[in-house]
Ligand binder design. Structure first.
Ligand code: URA
Length: 428
């Protein structure tokens, strides 16, 4: 199908609806028109749904990513006296890894700018988590990010400045049922991460019930496409495919996840969170050529914690203030003894979201103190009557729906479930 300029949205929407490839210049026109308001929200919603249903081939995907990247500035860290490396997860449940990870990598000598987003769909967002720290601000200019990277080695800032088209698309996907689209996830992640301007990039591609990619084939294809997009732009890019069938760690929410990240930074924390943090840190350090540093040691000896507290302080946050915790609690107890089976990440995510940890309308304020604490991890022995989950919220009328979401999301068995590998594959 041949479509030429001058373009219009209805023709391009129909082109994708009917399963054709969008023309390169048409993609550029759509993204720039949507960013400036010429392409209406209704039109972009229809196009996103057409892409969700019809997909985009690799060429279209690369052009779309390029156009989203071109909607904003690309940071320049050539003046930062350390190698720079980014990390991004495709979205998980209980995924607080960025917090200890960037601090550990900074403590090992690299600089990590983390352009982050808010919760998307059922998954949590690093910005929502960090903003549960009193006073913390993610609104940093490019110059502030650069200075902070030179001095501390880590910064968490709003991705909004970098790829403005992605901010609008991200919010629109969230309310139009179009989040779980492989090409749209690839473009969203890579436009932001390429705009970050790092030398290297490690991607944590999640797979399983709590991920946007439910099956391994899709996760592999997403990883392959993103690595190709990064490599084509001269960024050393590597991807890990990791399990998101069960939540990471023992907490799902905002402040409650920050508290768990602080445990990891203090040398403790759940083994899966520590293991994934350390593995990703090794991957990031390897890409930057730093091979004589030990992120495990940085977590144990407090140097990662020092970086984290310095970063939070530099961004106005006050870790001496207590983190918020929902004032109303509800518990789920075991109706029999045995072993905790696998806990469905999606069920826990839905419960946390219903308690107020996520949004149901764009721009809605999240409850920073809402969330779910998991007391028994898969495989742990359970006694009848023992507390399995604690639910926190400031709005008790939400607990019924949260309990319903958890119902059926776990089981107690006579034997422990088979151990699940946390790291499933690494890209070449
Ligand atoms: N993270 C992003 O930045 N975008 C997505 O679409 C999914 C995860």
């Amino acid at each position: 199908m041949s479509i030429a300029a001058p373009f219009d949205a209805p023709t391009l929407i129909a082109c994708k609806r009917d399963g054709h490839r969008l023309p390169d210049a048409g993609i550029d026109w759509l993204i720039s028109g949507y960013t400036s308001g010429v392409v209406a929200e209704e039109q972009m919603s229809a196009l996103l749904m057409a892409i969700y249903l019809r997909g985009m081939d690799e060429h279209e995907n690369a052009r779309w990513t390029q156009a989203v990247l071109a909607s904003g500035e690309r940071l320049d860290f050539s003046a930062v006296p350390r190698p720079t490396v980014g990390k991004h997860s495709t979205g998980g449940v209980g995924d607080k890894i960025t917090l200890p990870l960037i601090a550990a990598v900074a403590a090992c000598g690299a600089a990590v700018p983390s352009a982050s987003g808010r919760g998307l769909g059922h998954t949590g967002g690093t910005l929502d988590k960090m903003e549960s720290i009193a006073g913390f601000s993610a609104a940093l200019s490019g110059t502030r990010v650069r200075d902070q990277l030179s001095e501390i080695g880590a910064a968490i800032f709003s991705a909004g400045q970098l790829a403005p088209a992605d901010v609008k698309l991200y919010a629109l996907r969230d309310i139009t049922g179009t989040v779980e689209s492989l090409p749209l996830v690839a473009a969203s992640v890579m436009s932001k991460k390429l705009a970050e301007g790092t030398d290297a990039l490690v991607l944590d591609v999640k797979v399983g019930s709590g991920a946007f990619m439910k099956g391994l084939d899709d996760a592999r294809e997403l990883a392959r496409r993103m690595v190709a997009l990064g490599t084509a732009q001269g960024v050393a890019t590597r991807a890990l495919i990791t399990d998101m069938g069960v939540p990471l760690g023992c907490t799902v929410g905002n402040a409650i996840e920050v508290a768990e990240a602080l445990e990891v930074l203090a040398g403790g924390g759940p083994p899966d969170v520590v293991a994934l943090t350390v593995r990703l840190a090794h991957e990031m350090l390897a890409l930057t050529g730093i091979d004589d540093a030990d992120p495990t040691q940085a977590l144990r000896d407090g140097t990662a914690m020092d970086r984290f507290t310095a970063m939070v302080r530099a961004q106005g946050g006050d870790l001496s203030q207590p983190l918020p915790l929902g004032s109303c609690t509800e518990t789920v107890t075991a109706d029999r003894g045995g072993f905790m089976g696998d806990i469905d990440a999606m069920a826990v995510a839905q419960a946390a979201w219903r308690l107020g940890a996520g949004r149901s309308r764009p721009g809605e304020r999240v409850q920073h103190g809402a969330g779910v604490r998991i007391h028994r991890r898969p495989g742990e022995p359970v006694a009848a009557g023992q507390t399995l989950f604690t639910l926190y919220t400031d709005t008790p009328e939400r607990t019924g729906a949260a309990l319903a979401a958890l119902d059926g999301g776990f089981a107690i068995g006579d034997t422990p479930p088979l151990p699940r590998p946390l790291i499933i594959e690494t890209s070449p």
